[in-house]
Design a protein around this ligand. Structure first.
Ligand SMILES: [Zn+2]
Length: 305
């Protein structure tokens, strides 16, 4: 094991014993440039060892790159691939905000953690919310300022030192499974939320029927994902962090057809490449279509203890 790697305990229960689910495939490493690998649109297939905690069943990568190397990689580099899909993300986030406002009808202070280029903040601002956001990647923070004129603070949630009981809603869109210590992120969210504040998390569910059917070909088995939640482990982590779960449902995202085909090449090879060519020939590559491969949305409320 190289000096760059560390062994970690289960983030859900603290246990150190595990069984191996997928053996590592380090020979398939295509990019040793960690800043290229750890970015919002990172799409390198999972090559690390996936394990299950012997005590609670939580699935996670172990050993893994040291957390400071991962965070440094996220801070640096640019991500043109990610921002090329903002139109689809704005459509998705508009629908997400509709869902949030069914539980929290009056716009207040909203915090988006790991906001990338700020697409969600842009949509929330248009609906009258007082927006706040942070993002480790400096290039994406600058992009958000230029493109949307939204103020995004560089860094993690821990570096912002937000006051406690401050926000009405906190959101984590495709973020929690990337963080080295998700339980601490959820506890920090609880600290900064007001009484009865809402937490919104979406994540790829490895227990979903489609993930189980696809096995090792499931599209969310990626090197950037350090944790793999099921409905059970997500609910347990939220409860242990001081939240009550209000709703869990499938989460449909909108992406351009050409982007979906391009990303699927790694899994279905020729079919993805043919689809990409056809969509280009028919000039429908820019068409945003909803897709679902196990993404799941959870709405939870801060619990008073
Ligand atoms: Zn565990």
């Amino acid at each position: 094991m190289s000096d760059n790697f560390e062994k970690v305990n289960c983030n859900l229960c603290g246990n150190s014993e595990y069984k191996v689910i997928f053996e590592p495939r380090y020979d398939l490493e295509k990019d040793k440039d960690y800043a290229a690998k750890f970015r919002s649109s990172g799409d390198e297939l999972l090559i690390d060892q996936l394990v299950a905690c012997k005590n609670c069943g939580f699935l996670y990568i172990n050993p893994r790159l040291k957390h400071n190397i991962i965070l440094d990689a996220y801070r640096n580099g640019s991500d043109e691939t990610f921002v090329s899909q903002v139109k689809g993300r704005e459509v998705t986030f508009g629908k997400c905000l509709d869902g949030i406002m069914r539980f929290y009808p009056h716009p207040g202070k909203i915090l988006d953690i790991g906001t990338a280029g700020g697409s969600f903040l842009h949509v929330a601002k248009q609906r009258g919310w007082d927006i706040h956001g942070c993002e480790p990647n400096r290039w994406l923070c600058e992009w958000g300022k230029k493109h949307y004129a939204v103020d995004i603070k560089p860094g993690t949630i821990f570096e912002q030192k937000y006051p406690q009981d401050f926000f009405d809603v906190a959101t984590l869109w495709d973020v929690l499974e990337h963080t080295p210590d998700p339980k601490s992120v959820l506890c920090e969210c609880r600290r900064v939320l007001k009484k009865n504040g809402l937490l919104v998390v979406n994540y790829p569910d490895i227990g979903s029927w489609i993930a189980r059917m696809m096995g090792r070909r499931w599209v969310f088995l990626l090197s950037v994902h350090l944790y793999y939640f099921t409905r059970q482990t997500m609910v347990k982590m939220l409860r242990d962090s001081g939240f009550s779960v209000l709703k869990i449902k499938p989460h449909y995202q909108q992406l351009a057809l050409s982007y979906i085909f391009s990303r699927s090449k790694a899994y279905v090879g020729a079919i993805g490449a043919i689809g990409e060519n056809i969509s280009r020939m028919l000039s429908v590559g820019d068409l945003n279509i909803p897709y679902w491969v196990g993404q799941t949305l959870v709405i939870a409320k801060k619990r008073e203890t």
